[in-house]
Design a protein around this ligand. Structure first.
Ligand SMILES: *Cc1c(COP(=O)(O)O)cnc(C)c1O
Length: 443
């Protein structure tokens, strides 16, 4: 028997009091889909301030990879806090070196890497953009429609997963060309014979974009998410990365994999791009790496990374020792079982959702790898018309019944629980999801 989930209809009185104060002093730019007010968490569960228990299928946007307050992570943070909390990157400390050594061990390229440490995803992307320009002496970039790379002016110039992210902020960084991301479910191009949408997208770049508009020898890098995150948990087809890699090699263009959401074991491998056996030149890391303590990292092949000189880039907080110990413990836990668990639970969830799909024609497509899983809702399986109202209703009903999920793309719900989640909570969460869906379908 599992304990009761909802004891006070949310938002309860304690939650409402916080919401009221929040509305007065916090930035209006925050977008919240439903009023969950955190009290505490443990593993893959969280409790709100009114005592309601929730299964946490979103893990703080794929951040709390080892679950909430894993005892070993907590112990490491506490011990480090007593030694020292900060020493800026003007100085040296051994934890920074160890984190970089660990990233070098697991990075998705055979060549050694050099690592720049930051505090967020967008900063790791900014570092990659700056290094790509510096190292190649080129200015332009290729990005993808539906991409999300962050909100600062450089990364924002690539971000294209929601209209509101760009609205009224232009000019962002100039020189970024967006092309469609290969979505096997919603192909933009006719799929070539003996090929897939990945071929079609790279054909478009090579046969249309390059000869007509974009000189390839002015392109510093292609920035791509191995699995599109905010854009809808879209898994590209088999040929895409091999073709993209070859195109980059042919023109001296760097390939930057933004693994901020898909990386650090989430998909059952250290890096999502490893599902396609392709090596990037630069990898951007954040979200899951330190179990919720802010940390970002940009790892570049040594031959690229050593091209910029002292003073070219830096920051105050990067390599923060609390973040470092949390990252080291997180990587150890993920390596010693959680990554395997992500693969196993993910396969189980994909199967269960496929079965559910047979009972719910509103589920247009189920897709994903490991614990990065998306369910896209449609009005009609044939026309594939997005069903955003249904998606939003399911997210709300889940919340009312004790399951926290998040949307992405135009009509997708994503499942991205902590990598340690067990079968029992998975089953409980899936049960809530299906009853929420059944209710939402009735309107
Ligand atoms: C979340 C995200 C970012 C931005 O990370 P922040 O820490 O919010 O700046 C960048 N890239 C991808 C793929 C992301 O999912």
């Amino acid at each position: 028997m599992t304990s009761q989930r909802i004891i006070t209809t949310p938002p309860g009185p304690q939650a409402r009091a916080v919401l009221e104060r929040d509305a007065k002093v916090l930035s209006k730019s925050y977008a919240r889909d439903y009023p969950f007010v955190m009290d505490h968490g443990k593993g893959a569960e969280v409790w709100d301030v009114d005592g309601n228990r929730y299964i946490y299928f979103s893990a703080g946007i794929a951040v709390t990879s080892t679950g909430h307050s894993h005892p070993e992570v907590v112990k490491a943070i506490q011990a480090q806090a007593e030694k020292f909390i900060h020493i800026s990157s003007d100085y040296y400390h051994e934890l920074m070196v160890r984190v970089a050594e660990r990233i070098d061990e697991i990075a998705p390229m055979k060549e050694d890497v050099t690592v720049f440490l930051a505090n967020s995803g967008t900063e790791s992307v900014e570092a990659a953009i700056k290094l790509a320009r510096y190292a190649t002496g080129r200015q332009r970039f290729i990005g993808f429609l539906g991409a999300f790379h962050g909100r600062s002016m450089g990364s924002l110039s690539f971000t294209a997963s929601k209209f509101t992210q760009q609205e009224r902020f232009f000019p962002t960084m100039p020189g970024v060309w967006h092309v469609p991301f290969p979505d096997p479910y919603r192909p933009v191009f006719p799929t070539p014979q003996n090929g897939d949408q990945g071929d079609a997208v790279v054909d478009y770049i090579e046969n249309v974009l390059f000869p007509e508009a974009l000189p390839p020898d002015e392109v510093a890098a292609v920035l791509v998410e191995p699995i599109q995150g905010e854009g809808g948990y879209i898994v590209p087809p088999p040929h895409f990365f091999a073709r993209l890699r070859k195109m980059c090699d042919d023109h001296g263009i760097l390939l930057i994999a933004d693994e901020v959401q898909s990386g650090v074991g989430r998909t059952g491998k250290w890096w999502a791009i490893q599902h396609w056996g392709v090596e990037p030149d630069i990898v951007c890391i954040a979200k899951g790496i330190a179990s919720g303590v802010p940390m970002g990292a940009m790892a570049a092949r040594r031959s690229v990374g050593e091209r910029w000189k002292a003073g070219a880039h830096g920051n105050t907080y990067g390599g923060n020792p609390i973040a470092c110990v949390s990252a080291l413990k997180t990587l150890e836990l993920i390596e010693n079982g959680m990554m395997q668990n992500a693969a196993a639970q993910g396969a189980y969830i994909l199967d269960a959702l496929a079965e559910m799909q047979a009972r719910h024609p509103s589920m247009g497509q189920v897709r994903g790898k490991g614990l990065m899983i998306g369910v896209e809702f449609v009005k009609d399986q044939k026309t594939k018309e997005h069903n955003k109202p249904l998606r939003d209703a399911v997210v709300h009903r889940c919340f009312e019944h004790g399951l926290l999920t998040l949307g992405c793309g135009r009509s997708t719900i994503r499942f991205m629980p902590a990598l340690m989640i067990g079968r029992e909570l998975v089953d409980e969460g899936l049960e809530i999801f299906e009853s929420a869906l059944t209710e939402a379908e009735k309107g």
